[in-house]
Design a protein around this ligand. Structure first.
Ligand SMILES: [Zn+2]
Ligand SMILES: [Zn+2]
Length: 146
């Protein structure tokens, strides 16, 4: 593995290049696979064919896509998957809608029961988006792992 900023050889476990101080994976001047200098704006390395695109890689501490989707399917009406991914605003909105729906359903002896579908349908759609990769980062922009 090579530094994409200065092209010097890089320890695969190094998080920062010891030559230029740029975080590993940052920069687009050199091929990360063979260290060859890249043409500006190159999509693949002309030397080895390795993708030169800045691909977000799921780090060790990344959130699990599967966990998020399962939370969304089973507890998503309460915003569980959004709490997990750190999307506090959406999570609180879903939780509030769920609580309001339950309260209103109880008060009206079940007449307003369909309200309960609002947040659960919303969560179901988001669970599918997580599985399909439409939602592929957590609230901090970190890519989701498997
Ligand atoms: Zn470097
Ligand atoms: Zn290369």
């Amino acid at each position: 593995m090579f530094c994409k900023n200065c092209g010097s050889a890089l320890d695969p476990n190094a998080s920062v290049c010891i030559h230029c101080g740029v975080p590993s994976g940052q920069g687009n001047q050199y091929c990360a696979n063979c260290g060859n200098q890249l043409q500006p704006g190159a999509v693949v390395c002309m030397n080895c064919g390795f993708s030169a695109q800045q691909k977000p890689v799921a780090g060790p501490g990344s959130k699990s896509k599967l966990t998020a989707a399962l939370l969304g399917f089973f507890l998503g009406g309460f915003g569980a998957h959004n709490f997990y991914l750190g999307y506090q605003g959406k999570a609180i909105a879903q939780l509030s809608i769920a609580i309001a729906s339950i309260v209103l359903t109880t008060i009206t002896c079940g007449i307003l029961f369909p309200l309960c579908f609002i947040s659960s349908t919303w969560a179901l759609v988001e669970s599918i988006m997580i599985l399909a990769g439409s939602i592929n980062t957590d609230a901090n922009g970190n890519p989701l792992g498997d």
